[in-house]
Structure formats: C-alpha cells, structure tokens
Write a protein that binds this ligand. Structure first.
Ligand code: GDP
Length: 573
C-alpha cells in the first residue's frame, strides 16, 4: 500500500483503535482500515496454508533465498565441509590448504581458528568450514541450517572406504550436497588408488575416469601434492551447482560458533549466506540478539562489512548463539527483542514436552496430511550378505505416491551417529540381527527417533510395507521384571491362599502381570496381582532379597518352591 505506519495508526485511531506500531490486529479491523485508505482487503489464509504445506519439507535455510528475484542473485564462493573416516587426514588437509592458500595480507596476521577460513585460487574464493566431520554438519542440519554447498569426502588411499566414510556419505547425500572425493595419502608406499576407486564405485561414487560423475582427486596432505587439483575440482563442481546469493539483501546465514571470551563477552562466528552484514546491524541469531559492534575476518582483521559466503567473528550479541542456529538482520532492536523473547518462550515450552520424532506408524498419516512424500530409512544389518537383499526389498516397496529412500545402509550395530542422522533427516532406523548401542538407545529416546530391530528379514520388510499402507499396528511383548520364590503357603479361610515369597531377582509389582511356574512348567499366566504385602502393609512393589505375601487373581494352589514371575507388556515394534 506504500503507506507509512503513522498513516495506518492515524486511520486506526480515527476508527477508535489505539494501536501501537507493532501490535497485531485482526482481519476485520485491518479490512476496515485498508478500505478507509482506498484499498480493498481480501483474506489470503487459504493460499497461505498451501504455501506453508509446500514449504513443509523445505529446510529453513532454503528460505534464505526464497523471496529473491533470480536476476538479483550473483555467484558467491562455495562453502565446503570436509568429511571422512577418522585418521584419513581431514585435519591435515584443512591445515595444508590453509597454509598454502590463505593470503595473509600485509598485516601478516596469524590466522585464527574461528570455525571457517577462505582461500583463493586464480582469483576465485572458496570458504572452508574447519570443523571436520559430519557431527558438526549434522548438528547444523538438525537445527534447519545448512552451512555447506559442497562436501569433500576424504578417503585414505592406503585404507579405503571405511564405516565412517559410508556414514559421512549418507550425511552428504541426505543434505543433497554434491561430493568431491579427496583420495589422500597417495604418498604412502602402500597406497592403492585403484582399489579405493573400486570401493568408491561400489558406494555409488564412480570416478569420472571410469565414466562416472564423481571427481576423485589424488592428494597428499604431507607432500602437498594435488592440493591445487582438489581446489580446482571444488570450483568445477561449484560452477555446476549454481551457488548464488544477493549481496544487496539484508544479511542472513548460519551461526558456526558461539562462545564467551574474557574481555570481549559473547562472540559468534557467523557465515553470511545471503546479503551483506555490516557493523551496526541488528542481528537475531537463534535466541540471541544485539547490535554488531565489532566484526573480524578469519585473519583477525577488523572489517566493516561481509558479503555472501564470508565467515566473520562478531561482537555485540547479548549471549553466545548455538552453532547451527540461523541468524538474520532485523530493522529495529525492539523488534529483535520481541522475536527473541517469543523464541525463548517457545523453546522453553518445547523443552518441557517430550521429543516427538518420526515413527514408522506416522508415515502414512503424515503422507495423507501432505507433510511428507517419502519414507527415509537407515538400515543396519549383521553381515554384508544381508545388506543387498534388505535394501532392495525395502526400495521395491515404494507405492506410486509414497517413495522409500534408504538413506544409509551398513553393517554393524546401531550407533549414536545413526540416531543423529535419523534425527536430522526425519528417518527411521531398522536393524536386522544387530544390537542397539546403549548410548544410541538413550539418544534415540531423547530425540524421539524410531529404532526397530528384527531377527527375521520378512518381519522387517513387512512392517515397512504395512507402514506404507497405513496398516502398521503397534506390537507388544512381555518383558520379565522380577521372579519370586514361594517359601511358605499361608491358608486364610474365605480369602484364599497367600504365597509367602522371597524376591530372587528384579522386582515384584502390584500392577504387573504374573505367571506361576512349577518345575519349569507354566501352570497359569496372565494373572493379575490381587495383593502384595510387606508384613501387614499393602505395597506397590517389592525388590530383590525382600520377603512378601502375594495373592494372585484366579490362582490359589501354590506349593513351596513354585516360582512366580512378574512381567509387563511393552511395545516392541
Ligand atoms: P583426521 O582424523 O581425518 O582429521 O586425520 P588427521 O589429519 O589427524 O591425520 C591422521 C594421521 O595421518 C596423522 O598422523 C597425519 O600426519 C597423517 N596424514 C594425513 N594426511 C597424510 C598424507 O597425505 N600422507 C601421509 N603420509 N600421512 C598423512
């Protein structure tokens, strides 16, 4: 409408509404005001929800560029993350790239580790995130951010594709970032590039030498051989990927690091992804906000502005933001405060609620609600031989509407990394003949990640199939919680027999189910516990090595030496 807020407020006042500048008004009021100013109001809530639905599976970071006119977008430096198996040389590569290609400038300042640095090659710039490994990358993604445009997968030429290589690959693929392979340690006498290229081809990264579309660059972080080739390969992929931003927009991007520094207060490293950040700008970063007082580049040099793909350290926020939070520039400090207060409130409310992740039973409902179009699965199996059949059978289950994508499939137990990947990608984890690492199980519970294990392939396939058709019912199984031994039978006229018992192990619970076992044979089961007493007192539970009196619903013929087993029904799959 091109009207100033003052005019709108005047119109409101003339209609008897004393509104402040950032007050929300309802549609009817807005319609009257708009009409008074010579416009016609029409509600747009319906298309709005459609747009929201269409955006449901668009990660938050994509919205950075959502309202940009393509003509205002110009190429920006690619942002690169380095992933790979431990000890394959991620850190060494990042160090040697920094050492050989960072222009230290006249100041000759010592480069600082601020979570990222920029290098130049033939007048072109590349931004490297210098926290290697996919943990940082995944943490970012689980907050809706995406720091990197390209992933460099480091594979040691003398060691080959290892479990974490495959894991890192799954993370890069889940994030849909293109991959360049750095075949490192080619200086080693036992390096075997061809063998590793074959392994790479087996995981879907066929080198372009063999007609594939992955650039596999032999390098050595030790002799510095091939480093330029690697940077060139990155630039080549960047050119194909169309990495752009609008430098004239107000700035927005991702927090790479946040920390307290003595003498400087809260300090944050921000990666500008769109627009240009300037000192004096008011920034909201996750639940932190403030006016940027000082801004420094990775060489520690003070700068006044930072354009797209530029990492900078800033001072002036009221608290250190979290890595992976998104930041944006806001017009006024009051507005920033309101946004942050709202976020702090929501975050608090969310923390009070248990985590609700994505479960296999949900997929169909979510699909019907238009929230998802595919089921993402992570598969872990016990032996190599089962991998192929499980993955193929799962992928063949896709229906015409609902796709199935196996994000990651590997041999071995279910680990924390699997859970993190699932959590960041809204995937479920299916295990065949494998254990769940206890830490992973705890993490999954906290994050609400659905982890299921099976010992029959058919059962695993069947639950995916049922889930895809919205017919998966939860399954229950009995879980033993304690065993009592009957030491003495006390006969009480009119009441029945009480089993004077001793808890051998676990716990006896009043609200559990019980079965009676004599000489290994089950006499009765699914019995309710009608009373559980310590001396004269009714109790809810009795623990190991304590005596108690037990009466069961529908069973009276106790004998000394009988075992009473207590169990509960638990949801398993
Ligand atoms: P990261 O765990 O992937 O970060 O691996 P590091 O960068 O810490 O490297 C692990 C080990 O491999 C270190 O002892 C490095 O010195 C060594 N290393 C890394 N790159 C090379 C290389 O290109 N050649 C040789 N010979 N050794 C390397």
């Amino acid at each position: 409408m091109d009207a100033s807020p003052i005019d709108v407020m005047k119109e409101l006042i003339s209609n008897g509404i004393m509104a402040s500048i950032n007050q929300q008004i309802d549609y009817d009021t807005a319609a009257i005001v708009v009409d008074g100013m010579g416009f016609e109001a029409r509600p747009v809530s319906a298309p709005e929800t459609e747009a929201a639905e269409a955006q449901a599976d668009v990660p938050q970071w994509r919205r950075l560029y959502a309202d940009e006119d393509p003509s205002s977008m110009v190429p920006r430096p690619p942002v690169v993350t380095v992933l790979g198996h431990v000890d394959h040389g991620k850190t060494s590569l990042l160090d040697v790239i920094r050492k050989t290609h960072v222009q230290e400038g006249e100041a000759g300042g010592i480069t600082q580790h601020i979570g990222a640095y920029q290098v130049t090659l033939d007048d072109r710039t590349i931004t490297f995130l210098d926290t290697p490994g996919h943990e940082a990358f995944t943490a970012m993604r689980s907050r809706g951010a995406q720091g990197a445009d390209i992933a460099v997968l480091v594979v040691a030429a003398d060691d080959g594709v290892m479990p974490t290589t495959r894991e890192a690959l799954a993370h890069a693929r889940a994030a849909r970032v293109p991959i360049v392979v750095a075949l490192n340690k080619i200086d080693r006498p036992n390096a075997n590039p061809d063998r590793v290229k074959q392994q790479l081809a087996d995981v879907g990264l066929k080198t372009d030498e063999w007609g594939g579309d992955t650039l596999v660059v032999p390098v050595s972080a030790k002799t510095e051989e091939g480093i330029d080739d690697l940077l060139e390969a990155i630039l080549l992929v960047a050119d194909e990927t169309d990495i752009r931003a609008n430098p004239h927009h107000t700035a927005a991007g991702t927090v790479l690091e946040g920390r307290m520094e003595s003498g400087r207060g809260p300090v944050a490293t921000l990666l500008v992804q769109n627009g240009t950040l300037r000192t004096g700008d008011i920034v909201v970063a996750g639940v932190a906000y403030g006016r940027i007082k000082g801004m420094f580049d990775p060489l520690g040099k003070q700068v006044k502005e930072a354009g797209p793909s530029r990492p900078v350290t800033v001072m002036g926020l009221d608290e250190p933001p979290h890595a992976g939070d998104m930041f944006e520039v806001i017009k006024g400090i009051k507005e920033a405060r309101v946004i942050v207060q709202e976020r702090r409130d929501t975050r608090q409310a969310e923390e009070a609620r248990p985590a609700a992740g994505f479960s296999l039973e949900d997929v169909f409902e979510r699909f019907k609600a238009g929230e998802t179009k595919e089921l993402l699965i992570i598969v872990k199996v016990d032996v190599d031989g089962s991998l192929e059949p499980v993955v193929t059978s799962i992928e063949n289950l896709a229906t015409s509407d609902l796709k199935v994508r196996v994000l990651h499939a590997d041999v071995g137990e279910i680990t924390e990394n699997d859970v993190n990947l699932a959590s960041a990608s809204d995937a479920v984890i299916l295990g065949f003949n494998v254990e769940v690492d206890p830490m992973a199980a705890r993490l999954a519970e906290g994050k609400g990640v659905d982890v299921r294990t099976y010992d029959i392939i058919y059962k695993l396939i069947e639950s995916v199939e049922l889930a895809l058709h919205g017919m998966l019912e939860p399954e229950y199984a009995d879980k033993a919680i304690g065993v009592a031994e009957v030491r003495r039978v006390i006969r009480v006229p009119r009441v029945g027999n009480i089993a004077g018992s001793y808890i051998l192990e676990g716990i006896a619970r009043r609200n559990a189910k019980a079965r009676v076992v004599r000489s290994g044979k089950v006499l009765a089961e699914n019995l309710g516990v009608s009373s559980l007493k310590r001396f004269e007192d009714d109790v809810r539970e009795v623990r190991t090595d304590f005596e108690c009196g037990i009466r069961l619903d529908g069973f009276n013929d106790f004998e000394e030496g009988d075992r009473i087993e207590f169990y509960v029904r638990e949801r398993v799959n």
